[in-house]
Design a protein around this ligand. Structure first.
Ligand code: GLY
Ligand code: MN
Ligand code: MN
Length: 424
């Protein structure tokens, strides 16, 4: 768990970064209708959660900075017995005053009026430019030519780059639940007939262990479906001697895990599958080994393309001069995506890759990045030796950058051919 004092410190950090004579507002996520009068499961806005740890909807956090002094205010739903009977207990302003270490807690009903007053006080108005249109409209309506609008999300997300010990502990917990889920899938793939059955086993492990949700829509793609990068139908038959690409990771207390394993449905790789798999695994391990402070993601990306291109040449998937192939991006046909991304409260963590001036941000201790090379060969691709057609493989781990190098947070998830084949 993240302690309340960490949220205070995050707000203090943000307050320091605000220009003087400003107000900043961060809204909770809005409930989304699923159909008629039913709603999607609520998930808090990541930046709002990062600053408050508060999971209720219909809330807002407001900062006011004047003469270098920052005051913070929280707006929450008022307690209401009747409504609470339907939708559950609310914290309310009274208990909120004890719970949050914040200057004042008000009912959300007061927000519009108070926002109007606050906007008169500040010249710089910070808000998330991706907030709901109605909220943006309101802010614009209340401000005039004197005000300058700034995107608060950019400032918050910069802080999210480096994870605290508490955040790392939550990511580790998410990864450990995901580990059990992948191991269960490795066991059950031999006896289950359909992708959705395998998915059910994975989701069972997530939920059983207190991971309320997945961190993204899981992919359970058998055979040629693995070549559809965002395959989420997960409803095809599992074929005995084919591979299954499983990209699934749970979210635990708002922290993600993001793991891909590619496994043989019947527990044993064919010779061709093994050739491709071991090549990609070797590439992935070399890329992980590059991780240390001051390395650029672009260096890892370039290395991944080079190493995969070597592998494709060795296996006869590409032919020709390596430098020419890289230059013409021929390898991109089989490796079209990036090598990895930041991970944290969001699976694709909303943290910048470049500074405002466009300079790439190097890796630093405390950052978490996925490393996920893959190769995807469509079943009808006549340019590739027949034995490799219809195979799609990705291997993905979650890596913490440390002071001296890295820690592979998902190293406990079976990955070598031997480890996968020996699961019973
Ligand atoms: N599961 C999403 C990704 O690998 O980026
Ligand atoms: Mn990923
Ligand atoms: Mn993934």
């Amino acid at each position: 768990m993240i302690k309340e004092k960490e949220y205070v410190s995050r707000r203090t950090t943000l307050g320091k970064k605000l220009k003087d004579n400003s107000i900043a507002i961060v809204f909770s996520a809005t409930m989304k209708t699923r159909s008629n009068d039913t709603e999607y499961a609520y998930r808090q806005n990541s930046n709002f959660y990062y600053l408050s740890g508060f999971k209720e909807d219909n809330a807002a956090l407001l900062f006011h900075k004047e003469k270098g002094i920052v005051k913070t205010y929280m707006f929450v739903q008022h307690r209401d017995k009747l409504l609470e009977l339907w939708t559950g207990k609310r914290l309310g302003e009274k208990r909120g005053r004890k719970h949050f270490r914040i200057d004042e807690v008000f009912s959300i009903k007061k927000l519009d009026k108070m926002l109007e007053e606050f906007i008169k006080l500040g010249q710089n108005i910070y808000f998330d430019f991706r907030s709901d249109a109605s909220r943006i409209e309101k802010i614009k309506e209340l401000s005039n030519h004197y005000h300058s609008h700034k995107n608060i999300a950019i400032i918050i997300e910069k802080s999210r780059l480096i994870k605290s010990d508490g955040e790392i502990a939550l990511i580790k917990k998410a990864v450990s639940i995901t580990k059990d889920a992948h191991h269960m899938a490795m066991e059950k793939s031999k006896i289950l007939g359909n992708e959705y059955e395998l998915l059910a086993e994975i989701e069972y492990i997530f939920k059983k262990n207190g991971a309320y949700s997945d961190a993204y829509t899981s992919i359970v793609a058998s055979a040629n479906a693995a070549n559809t990068l965002h395959y989420i139908n997960n409803d095809s038959k599992i074929v005995d001697n084919e591979l299954i690409l499983i990209d699934a990771g749970c979210e635990y207390e708002y922290y993600a895990s993001d793991i891909t394993r590619t496994i043989p449905a019947n527990g044993k790789f064919t010779k061709a599958q093994k050739e491709l798999y071991e090549m990609i695994l070797d590439v992935q391990e070399k890329l992980i080994a590059m991780i240390k402070p001051n390395i650029l993601r672009t260096d890892i990306q370039m290395k991944s393309e080079e190493l995969l291109c070597d592998g494709m040449l060795e296996l006869g998937i590409l032919e020709g001069d390596k430098q020419e192939l890289l230059k013409s991006k021929a390898h991109k046909k089989y490796y079209p995506h990036g090598v990895g991304h930041w991970m944290g409260i969001d699976v694709h963590d909303e943290a910048p890759y470049r500074t405002k001036k466009g300079k790439e941000i190097p890796l630093k201790s405390g950052m978490v990045m996925t490393i996920e090379p893959g190769m995807y060969i469509d079943k009808d691709d006549k340019d590739v030796p027949k034995k490799y057609r219809g195979i799609g493989i990705r291997i993905e781990d979650d890596i913490l950058v440390t002071k001296d190098g890295y820690e592979n947070l998902s190293k406990g998830i079976r990955k070598s051919v031997k480890e996968i084949e020996s699961i019973s």
